[in-house]
Design a protein around this ligand. Structure first.
Ligand code: SIN
Length: 551
């Protein structure tokens, strides 16, 4: 019996494991890939934290609320911005080599979209996620009290008497096993693989959300898939990111006539929050019949030296960012919603916790502020460990759970038994069956076409029909990991499309073409409470309206 099973090995999972083991808990980390391979590794820009003398947590709070378009939980954001600076310093002390300036070794700070000043800590120019992952993996490997199992796919949560009691998983050969635990933490990252065009790695398949739904835990804000404005427009997947930090250094978006159009869209021009930029780009692309626009970074001195990850991506396409305008288009990037939690990461199911991109604590609202994602994992993971350590054993009505309290039943709905097809028909890992790959491509194509930045009730109806067609496709009922991931993606897609359909307004990450303005009627969250399907969503108004953002 473990004290804590952590599912996932990105910044949130590894940080939680470190803190839990550090306080004497027996921890098991299950990861479906290698310990060091998660979406964290792909994060370029960095970690936002109020470290500069001219900055303050209140200023970071105001920028986060403004980006969140009315749906942030202000208490959750306060936790994020107040605790963030200490967590960043600790990471530096752990050995994360952030870029510094000056003789005192203070972190050098970059500016990204939606930030009113430079506050983003970075490493290796634009390789921040990889450096953080490296430092955390080294620490987890060296720390006693943490058992790590790599290549293990967690297939479901064990639930008994209204409580999560551990997980079921399969080993790299597909053999099933169960792990009993007093507490279970979902830190499985996002679900960018719902879309054909994404910056997320192949492993971002929404596994934690799907497991939470099947076990009867509430999920919220899932319609808010965020699209990064500047993914490099290449046929490769995941799409290489062109960090917002380039626009922080002066890069500008241009259309086919060379016009720098963001100045006419928002007072912050190219440094507007990313939902504003993606929406402006998507509309311009449709109006002009283009499949991409251009980022002009040629004015940034020594751009290739300062942004080596970008330079490598460009080289592989025969582009030189110092001389060429870069083809860019929005791509699915980050799920702002997730498994609903209180301010300690507790979910509506006792014994089950969530943090990082998997969770919805209320910090991101309808659109996450740039570089608040690594920070989210760094801040909320230690809170999970601390809450377990002090004996907390169920959710409080704080954070997003304060909004959901009237909706969520005291007893969670009965979990849906995992329907595992017979073993042996498909390999556990490796090339998926052709039928599974085809069904996944159908799902991704449908969501990209019909549930992207621009959507309306007709397109969402088409997306819903496509999701159901994939659900009953033989490719989704095959054995092996790829089919399991596909079934999880289908469960998440049902909620995403149902919530997007019900949200008859334009807010944050998306434009509803049939409801082009934001509406006060929708100042709240769409919630799905378990039962496995999760296609039915309910609306929970915000218990405490987000205050007007004061820049
Ligand atoms: C970026 O570098 O633009 C991505 C950072 C983020 O997603 O917050």
């Amino acid at each position: 019996m473990y004290d804590l099973v952590v599912v996932g090995s990105g910044v949130a999972g590894l940080t939680a494991a470190r803190w839990a083991a550090g306080s004497g808990l027996a921890v098991l980390v299950l990861t479906k890939g290698e310990l060091s391979h998660s979406a964290t590794r792909y994060a370029q820009g960095g970690v936002a934290a109020a470290l500069a003398p001219s900055d303050s947590p209140d200023r970071h709070l105001a920028d986060t609320l403004a980006a969140g378009a009315g749906l942030c939980d202000v208490d959750a954001v306060r936790v994020l911005v107040n605790e963030g600076p200490a967590r960043v310093r600790e990471l530096q002390a752990l050995g994360a080599a952030f870029d510094t300036h000056g003789p005192s070794g203070e972190p050098a700070l970059a500016r990204e979209g939606g930030h009113s000043l430079a506050r983003v800590v970075h490493a290796g120019g634009d390789a921040t996620g990889a450096e953080i992952e490296r430092a955390l993996v080294a620490s987890v490997r060296a720390q006693p009290g943490i058992e790590v199992r790599e290549g293990w796919f967690t297939t479901g949560l064990r639930v008994a008497a209204g409580r999560c009691t551990g997980v079921e998983a399969v080993d790299p050969q597909g053999r099933p096993a169960a792990f009993e635990a007093r507490h279970t933490l979902l830190a499985t990252g996002g679900a960018g693989q719902l879309y054909a065009v994404t910056t997320n790695p192949r492993l971002s398949t929404g596994d934690g959300l799907a497991m939470a739904l099947a076990a009867g835990a509430a999920v919220a804000d899932v319609e808010f898939m965020q699209f990064h404005p500047t993914a490099l427009h290449t046929p490769t997947m995941p799409r290489p990111l062109v960090s917002e930090a380039l626009r922080g250094e002066g890069a500008v978006l241009r259309d086919e006539r060379g016009e720098a159009f963001m100045a006419s869209e928002h007072p912050m021009a190219d440094l507007a929050p990313r939902d504003v930029v993606s929406r402006a780009m998507a509309s311009r692309m449709v109006d002009r019949g283009l499949d991409h626009l251009w980022l002009d970074a040629t004015g940034i001195p020594e751009v290739a030296r300062r942004f080596p990850t970008l330079a490598a991506s460009c080289r592989s396409l025969g582009l030189d960012p110092q001389h060429d305008r870069l083809p860019v288009a929005p791509a699915a990037h980050y799920l702002s919603g997730g498994v609903a939690t209180d301010l300690d990461g507790a979910t509506t199911l006792a014994g089950l916790w969530a943090c990082g991109e998997t969770a919805c604590s209320g910090v991101h609202g309808a659109n996450r502020l740039a570089s608040n994602s690594l920070l989210d994992g760094l801040v909320f993971a230690p809170r999970v460990a601390a809450a377990i350590r002090r004996g907390k054993d169920g959710p409080d009505p704080t954070g997003v759970l304060r909004d959901l309290t009237p909706l969520v039943p005291a007893e969670p709905p009965a979990p849906v038994p995992a329907s595992e097809p017979p073993r042996g028909s498909e390999p556990e890992v490796g090339t998926p069956a052709a039928s599974t790959a085809a069904a996944l491509a159908t799902l991704q194509g449908a969501l990209t076409r019909d549930a992207g930045v621009r959507r309306d009730s007709a397109s969402l109806a088409r997306a819903a029909a496509a999701v159901e067609a994939v659900a009953s496709d033989p490719g989704a009922s095959a054995g092996g990991r790829a089919a399991r991931e596909l079934r999880g993606l289908v469960a998440v897609a049902r909620v995403l499309v149902a919530a997007a359909t019900a949200r008859e307004e334009s807010r944050g990450a998306h434009i509803r073409l049939d409801h082009p303005s934001a509406s006060e009627r929708f100042l709240g969250r769409f919630v799905a409470v378990g039962g496995g399907g999760g296609a039915a969503v309910s609306f929970a108004p915000l218990a405490v309206p987000q205050p007007e953002a004061v820049p």
